[in-house]
Structures are given as structure tokens and as C-alpha cells.
Design a protein around this ligand. Structure first.
Ligand code: WT7
Length: 658
């Protein structure tokens, strides 16, 4: 481990509180008591093929059963449930309808302006079939990639399931990304069609989604895209290109409601989802049919354990993996009622979430630490105005949660009678990996606790050895699991290098490197310390420093840029950029704002630096490497500690302090 990385995992947490599942909690959950978890864990460890094989047969519908559980003969390229045929939309829809649960509500959707739609499994099934037929009519066939660039409307879930039904992998691009970012993703994935909306409601603004699609496609810059399907949402004026564009409401309703599901091979692609890494452009994480479906299904069932009459809400956007696995696929595969909400809390409506919980009598609530910290800051008087007594389980995801926020969540939102599940996972893992099982695992504020059955997690040092209790190191997963990503779209070498060979001692060992630092305590509990690579996590959104640096350098005034994360009380981290200008350019307030806007344009407003500092030169080692550790300390306003003897030009330091 180099000094850069060790500095990030030195922090020792001083948290010793333990919360055992109470008697009433214990009785509520199917996985009851720690012994039960241990049993499952030990079974999965001693006979993984039997464990996963039985689970796959029990939990999913198969057109044709698989002949092998795991083929790991060509690591790191795994094949799960080889020979089997299934369909994710069948597992999410048809089987529930066939079991007589067609009238059960699948999605409760609430729009930002307040409208509500309740869509039953039967209705969702029909809409998905019509949309699937419409996609076929647009020339989409099995294997073609369809991009979605949508607001949080039911049509987003419908489109995902319609793609799954006909075997066309989807690639959802978060609606907050810019047209430039969209264009990169469309081209990398060679998308055949884009499904979008005229616009979307975000906070108090209307965002111009269709216009961004038009810009991304302008001048034939995405030649693979043949059609654009447009949902009417905001009614704003948009340009329409009749050869390419078609309204959802003009195409879908007239389609047949009969669309037999494509029988997909287990390893056929289900979706590609782009995420930031430490190098280069965002990479397309590939997930496949059966393994992903099983993992989203099982983890959802184990952790949230949603009852027939219960209502579950995850506040993520479908543009992120959390939305994929825990708004759409996990809940629907389990036949659960899932809430989809278009809005976000904002100053003009700070109680929006609590209002939703009260009105829909939500039982299970899953959100990000950033949101919790913001609510905490606004004060408990806001949630106290609402009836939150329907809640029975609270989850968090996306970033480390500080013990203070964890306790606040438990006391103020959960009224001390809801277990808290802090769930650690990633876009790459497909679903939750380390998390308490609420009826089984004693919790500790700030710890994601223990790996789920079948997951062999460890913390290792740079020599590849497991570290002792309470020592920091790299978080790794030592055995393949069904929900694991299969490759980086179009770049298998990057998959191998970034995840399986990142630390040279584990090369050839086929150990998955997560990119996070962690430590285990004396009870074996995992405490995630944050990224050890050049990825920063702003409000649970993952951004690569390199990506933001390239965006800055693409501006004509910029010579060089270095971007680091600075600890932020609410957002977890905020973005600070150090920029040196071309010698004929002058630093100014105007240029500073221009650069911030430039980054928003290139990537999206989530990547907009909070602060930009101009400097004549960046601190570099004699071999020319930017000293990020030093920049991180400077950005955080800390004294620059440690060894600066390799710094080439010591004067640079003074300049950077202000
Ligand atoms: C990174 C993955 C998982 C879906 C949302 C984010 C961080 C995620 C936790 C947690 C500490 C967490 C990690 C991870 N992270 N959950 N419970 N505790 N850190 O997915 O965008 O792929 O980001 O988010 O750093 O590597 P993602």
C-alpha cells in the first residue's frame, strides 16, 4: 500500500455500541437469529454450488434448467447457470400474474407535481408487452442495446422490463448527465435507440432531456442510434425529427398486449451501466441475465423481507444501480409493491419524504447517508410533524454513514423500533454484499457488519495477506458470486486489470478488488473507510477525478488540472480542483465560473467543482506525478503532513494554500 492510500485508511473509528435485534424484530423476520445466518453462511461456504444451484431453482423461473452452477475455468470471466434459459421480465411479471396476484399493486408512482399512479402487476405486464412489441417495431432485436435517458416515471421501469422481455440489453443514463456524457455512452455502447422524455421535473426546475438527446445526436455524432422514443412528461416545447423521433403515447397503446418473453441464456446481457473508475472514461459495467436476477432477488428478500401487504420505498433514481436492483428488479422479482418517487426534498418542501411515508404508509425505507445528514441538519422538528409509525425497517446505501447520522436515523425516523441496515455494495457487485440481516445480525452504528451468505469478503494488505483485526487494508471478495459484473463493455482487459489484478500480489489469485479501504473489528465486522483509488463520492454519486480533470483540461484556458475530494459534512465529499492556466490566460472570477459551468456541460452538474484554485504549477514529484495526498490535505485546510521531500518545487506549496 503506498502512502497515499494508507493515509486514507488510518482513521480508527471509536464506536462500540451494539444493537441486538429485539424480540419483536426477531419474530418478524424469516432469517431469525444469528445462528440461522451462520448456518446459511457456512452452507454457502462449504458447498457453494449446492447453495446457489438450489437457490436459483427455487427463486427463479426456468424455461430450461441449467447444467452447471458456476464455470470458473477462465477467470475472471465467470459463467453462472450455464445451459439454463430464463427471462427477467417473466420473473418480474408473468409469474406473479399466473399465481393470481395480477391485481396486486406493483408500482406506486408519485410525480413531482403530486400526481399518483398505482400500477398493478397485470397492468404493468400489459404495458411491458406493448412496449416490447413497440421496440420490435422500431427494429430492435435480441442483443441490440437500448439507451434510456429518463426522468423517474413509470415508463422508465416499463422500458427496462420491455428491453429485458425481448433480450435487448438496456443502458440507463442518469438524467442529470449532460448531452456530452450521454453521447459518449451512446457511442461506447453502440445504442440502437434512445428512450427519453420531453423533459423531467427536478427540484424546482424542468430539465430539458429531449433537447440534450438532440444535442448528443446532432451532426450524426451517434450513427448507431436510429430512433428516439419520447415520453410526454412536462409538455414543454421540443424539436421533433419525424424520421427519427416518435411519441410514446402514439406508438405504445396501439401495440398488441401479447409478447412472449424471449428465452434468454443465463449469460446473455441484461444491461450495461456506466460508472466512473480511477482511469479514463466511465466504463460500461456488464450484468447478465440469470446471475444478476438471482442476486437482486435474493438479497432483496433476505434483507428487506417484505410482507405481502407491505410497501417498500427506495429513494434512488433508476439511473443508478440502486434503482436497477432495488426499485425495479429486486422488488418486482419478489412480487412486492415498490414506490417510485420523481421528486427530491428541497428547501421549499423539506418534509417531502416524510409526507410520502405518511400518506402511503410505507413500511421499508431505503435511502442515502447524504440525505439523512441533510435532514439531521434541518432538525427533527420537520420529521416530527409526520406520522412515521408505519416504518419497520430503515436502510442506507452509497457511502459510509457516520455513527451520529446512524443513531439519528434510528431514533428520529425509526422511533427506536426499526432496525438499521447499512448496505455496502457497488455497481459492479450487482447487489448488496455486506449488510446486516435485520432479524439476525446485531448492528453497530457505522458498520455494514458482515458479508451475506456466499460472499467471502476480506481485508488484505499490499502483499496480498489478510490483515489483523483493526488494521486497515483493501476490501476484496475472494470468490465469485452470481451478481458479479461479467466484464467491462468492449474492454475485457480493463475488467481484468482494474478489478482482478489491481494489486500485483493478487494477480493470478482471482480475488476481486473493490476499490474501497476497510478494516474488520474484533467481531469480524466490516467498517468501510471509503475509496482508495481516484474515485470520489459526492452525495453517494461516484465520480472519477480523472474524468473531471479531462473535462477541465478540455477548456481552452486550462493547461493542467488536478481534482481531489474534500470531506464534506453533508455530501460526504465535495470536489476541489487545482488548475493552472495557459501562460497567456489570466485567472479571474469570470473564468472560475466559466470553468465550473464547463464541467457541468461536459459531465453533468453533479461533477461541478465546489471550489477551483488557480495555481502557476501543480505539486509534483521529481518523476512528474501529481502529489494528490498533498492536495487533499490542502483542500481540507489541514497542515501538510508527511514526506514532501520528493516535491520538486517547494514554492508551489505556499501558492496553493489559499
Ligand atoms: C461505492 C460504490 C451501492 C450502490 C450505490 C453506489 C461506496 C456504497 C456503501 C456503504 C460505505 C459505501 C463505496 C463503493 N459505498 N455503499 N454502505 N458504506 N461505502 O454504487 O456508484 O457503484 O459506488 O460506494 O465506496 O465502492 P456505486
Amino acid at each position: 500500500m503506498n502512502s497515499e492510500q494508507s493515509a486514507k485508511i488510518e482513521t480508527v473509528l471509536q464506536e462500540e455500541r451494539v444493537f441486538e435485534p429485539s424480540e419483536s424484530v426477531l419474530n418478524r423476520y424469516s432469517i431469525k437469529g444469528f445462528e440461522k445466518y451462520k448456518q446459511m453462511f457456512d452452507f454457502a461456504k462449504s458447498d457453494p454450488d449446492k447453495f446457489w444451484g438450489e437457490a436459483a431453482l427455487r427463486e427463479l423461473h426456468w424455461f430450461k434448467p441449467f447444467h452447471s452452477v458456476l464455470d470458473w475455468s477462465d477467470p475472471p470471466f465467470a459463467k453462472w447457470f450455464d445451459g439454463g434459459k430464463t427471462n427477467v421480465s417473466y420473473n418480474c411479471l408473468d409469474r406473479h400474474v399466473k399465481e393470481g396476484r395480477g391485481s396486486k399493486i406493483a408500482i406506486i408512482w408519485e410525480g413531482e407535481p403530486g400526481e399518483i399512479r398505482r400500477i398493478s402487476y397485470e397492468e404493468l405486464f400489459v404495458e411491458v408487452c406493448r412496449t416490447a412489441n413497440a421496440l420490435k417495431k422500431l427494429g430492435i432485436s435480441k442483443g441490440d442495446l437500448v439507451a434510456l435517458y429518463m426522468p423517474m416515471v413509470p415508463e422508465a421501469a416499463i422500458a427496462m422490463l420491455a428491453c429485458a422481455r425481448i433480450g435487448a440489453p438496456h443502458s440507463v443514463v442518469f438524467g442529470g448527465f449532460s448531452s456530452e456524457a450521454l453521447r459518449d455512452r451512446l457511442n461506447d455502447g453502440q445504442a440502437k435507440a434512445v428512450i427519453t422524455a420531453d423533459g423531467g421535473f427536478r427540484k424546482d426546475k424542468i430539465i430539458a432531456l429531449k433537447e440534450a438527446v438532440d444535442r448528443a445526436l446532432a451532426n450524426e455524432s451517434c450513427p448507431s442510434v436510429k430512433s428516439v422514443l419520447v415520453v410526454r412528461r412536462t409538455n414543454q416545447n421540443i424539436s421533433f425529427y419525424p424520421d427519427r423521433d416518435i411519441w410514446w403515447h402514439e406508438l405504445i397503446p396501439s401495440q398488441s398486449a401479447n409478447c412472449p418473453p424471449e428465452e434468454m441464456e443465463s449469460e446473455d446481457r441484461l444491461f450495461v451501466l456506466y460508472t466512473s473508475g480511477s482511469t479514463g472514461k466511465p466504463k460500461g459495467v456488464v450484468h447478465t441475465t440469470a446471475g444478476y436476477n438471482l442476486w437482486a432477488h435474493l438479497t432483496f428478500k433476505w434483507i428487506f423481507d417484505v410482507g405481502e401487504e407491505e410497501i417498500y420505498w427506495c429513494t434512488a433514481d433508476v439511473g443508478w444501480i440502486t434503482g436497477h436492483s432495488y426499485i425495479v428488479y429486486g422488488p418486482l422479482s419478489n412480487g412486492v409493491t415498490t414506490v417510485m418517487y420523481e421528486g427530491v426534498p428541497r428547501p421549499s418542501n423539506p418534509g417531502a419524504f416524510w409526507d410520502l411515508i405518511q400518506r402511503h404508509k410505507i413500511n421499508i425505507f431505503y435511502t442515502a447517508p447524504t440525505a439523512i445528514r441533510a435532514f439531521m441538519k434541518a432538525g427533527r422538528s420537520i420529521p416530527d410533524m409526520y406520522d412515521l409509525s408505519s416504518l419497520r425497517l430503515l436502510g442506507t446505501v452509497g457511502e459510509p454513514i457516520n455513527p451520529e447520522a446512524w443513531i439519528w436515523y434510528k431514533e428520529v425516523i425509526g422511533h427506536d423500533n426499526c432496525p438499521i441496515v447499512d448496505t455496502w455494495w457497488q455497481t459492479e457487485t450487482g447487489g448488496i454484499m455486506i449488510s446486516p440481516l435485520p432479524g439476525a445480525t446485531p448492528t453497530k452504528p457505522g458498520s455494514a457488519t458482515l458479508p451475506l451468505p456466499g460472499i467471502e469478503a476480506d481485508v488484505i494488505n499490499s502483499d496480498g495477506q489478510s490483515v489483523e483485526a483493526n488494521q486497515g487494508g483493501y476490501l476484496v471478495i475472494k470468490r465469485p458470486w452470481p451478481g458479479m459484473m461479467r466484464t467491462v463493455h468492449g474492454n475485457p482487459q480493463r475488467f481484468r486489470e482494474n478489478y482482478w489484478e489491481y494489486l500485483s500480489p493478487i494477480k493470478g489469485e482471482h480475488v476481486y478488488f473493490a476499490g474501497d479501504g476497510a478494516r474488520r473489528d474484533n467481531d469480524g465486522y466490516f467498517w468501510i473507510m471509503g475509496r482508495v483509488d481516484d474515485v470520489i463520492n459526492v452525495s453517494g454519486h461516484r465520480l472519477g477525478t480523472m474524468e473531471i480533470e479531462s473535462a477541465l483540461v478540455s477548456h481552452k484556458a486550462v493547461a493542467e488540472a488536478a481534482v481531489v475530494g474534500r470531506p464534506d459534512e453533508i455530501k460526504g465529499e465535495s470536489i476541489v480542483a487545482f488548475v493552472s492556466l495557459d501562460s497567456d490566460k489570466e485567472a479571474s472570477k469570470g473564468l472560475l465560473e466559466e470553468l465550473k459551468a464547463h464541467v457541468s456541460n461536459e459531465i453533468g452538474s453533479i461533477a461541478r467543482p465546489q471550489e477551483i484554485r488557480f495555481t502557476n504549477a501543480l505539486p509534483k514529484t521529481r518523476s512528474g506525478k501529481i502529489m494528490r495526498r498533498l492536495l487533499r490535505s490542502l483542500a481540507a485546510g489541514e497542515e501538510v503532513k508527511g514526506d514532501t521531500s520528493t516535491l520538486e518545487d517547494k514554492n508551489v506549496l505556499d501558492q496553493l494554500r489559499t
